[in-house]
Design a protein around this ligand. Structure first.
Ligand SMILES: NC(=O)c1ccc[n+]([C@@H]2O[C@H](COP(=O)([O-])OP(=O)(O)OC[C@H]3O[C@@H](n4cnc5c(N)ncnc54)[C@H](O)[C@@H]3O)[C@@H](O)[C@H]2O)c1
Length: 370
């Protein structure tokens, strides 16, 4: 049994303050993982986060944090447009990486990162690890056993709404831990609802249906600026993308990431077949049974995840904690995980291809699989 994994956190914004730091500094995980450093260009924020959660070191840059050593792995929790270049830096330092979704913004970046990680012998875990969830595993099994008959089509997607402008616990205050500006969510590269939100449903959908073969899409900017505490934030990244996925043999899916107004069940695809429908938590209207369902009923979806036990069940963003613990187990004990970079690369390729399709008017063939 290896020692604790020494973890550095890159970016001390919303997901770090509400998810990574609260979960990973709890007493019950200190035998497996220790947060040894954090970094954020808003140094006051990094220092305040370190003080609040008892992390020994805080830096303004990732380079300073890595130069100080004392790390086995990092969790990258910066704006998505930075994930690829920060991932490359971490790999070159021989560090294992957990990526908060999404890992990169293009399939070429994902290919490059995966190749570099293999060459260096470092492990990559990419959120969201949807297939870890016992309900999705059960849905996959039911579909494989023919519970829906012959699959016909599926739909999933998400809407930005005003979610990021209204994360008030970290954005509505005046000190460094509560005044975090979400402007990057609406800017290139890395902004838009696909990489941040639609990514959940598409991970789940491809986990059940398998890899897609072709994509066609429409995409553009609909809401050109958003009001955030009196400031107008410009949108230059597409906030409306609709796409059709071809899984072969006339099996299709409709996937969307839009500025506002979504179908129900964020991240929970609806899958139709000749003999029925899986809609979120139900098969043909009846609840799907799976291990841990009683915890989901009590605390919400993430409470059935394997590491989400005890007090973790009632805490925010437990699915992100689960994904980090998948990496921790993989590093310490070589315990395999399904939350690897390969399914994440395929989802990124679908988004990348949808944008290319929208720009060219041509359907795009996909080349990755998992
Ligand atoms: N907010 C959520 O609900 C949520 C939930 C799950 C996952 N995530 C994911 O977490 C990641 C971060 O999102 P967030 O909402 O925490 O963003 P955020 O805007 O709240 O915080 C981002 C932080 O990164 C810092 N930063 C900027 N440049 C940096 C750099 N070069 N190096 C290190 N840090 C840098 C910013 O100063 C800020 O503190 C994204 O990948 C997002 O998709 C967010």
């Amino acid at each position: 049994m290896a020692e604790q994994v020494r973890l550095g956190i890159v970016g001390t914004g919303s997901i770090s303050l509400r998810g990574l730091l609260p979960h990973l500094t709890m007493a019950d995980v200190q035998d497996r993982v220790r947060i040894t450093a954090v970094c954020d260009p808003v140094l006051d924020r990094a220092q305040a986060a370190a003080a609040k959660f008892g992390v020994p070191a805080a830096y303004a840059t990732m380079e300073e944090m890595l130069a100080a050593g004392n790390l086995d792995a990092v969790s990258i929790a910066s704006p998505i447009g930075l994930h690829y270049e920060q991932g490359v830096i971490a790999v070159e330092h021989g560090l294992h990486i957990h990526f908060n979704k999404s890992m990169t913004t293009t399939v070429d970046e994902a290919d490059d990162l995966i190749a570099r990680a293999q060459a260096k012998g470092v492990k990559l875990v990419s959120s969201p690890g949807e297939l870890i969830h016992p309900r999705l595993q059960r849905i996959k099994q039911l579909v494989a056993e023919g519970a829906l008959g012959r699959l016909t089509w599926a739909v999933t997607g998400s809407a930005f709404g005003r979610y990021h402008e209204q994360e008030d616990s970290v954005r509505a205050g005046s000190d460094p831990l509560t005044n975090i500006n979400p402007a990057w969510y609406f800017r290139r590269p890395g902004g838009g609802p696909l990489y941040d939100m639609t990514v959940y449903g598409l991970h789940a959908l491809t986990a059940v249906l398998g890899p897609a073969k072709r994509v066609t899409g429409f995409s553009g900017v609909r809401v050109h600026e958003r009001e955030f505490h009196g400031e107008m934030l410009p949108t230059d990244m597409d906030d409306q993308t609709l796409m059709v996925l071809d899984f072969g043999d006339a099996l299709f899916a409709f996937v969307y990431g839009v500025a506002a107004g979504g179908l129900p069940n964020l991240g929970r695809p609806t899958i139709f077949g000749t003999q029925g429908v899986v809609n979120g938590a139900t098969l043909n209207g009846r609840p799907i049974e799976y291990p841990g369902r009683e915890w989901v009923d009590q605390y919400g979806y993430a409470a059935a995840l394997p590491h989400v036990v005890g007090a973790h069940r009632g805490m925010e963003e437990a699915h992100v904690y689960e994904d980090v613990m998948q990496l921790v187990d993989w590093v310490r004990d070589d315990t395999p995980t399904v939350a690897t970079a390969d399914p994440a690369r395929h989802v990124i390729e679908i988004f990348d291809a949808a944008y290319r399709s929208a720009a060219t008017g041509q359907a795009q063939e996909l080349r990755t699989t998992f």
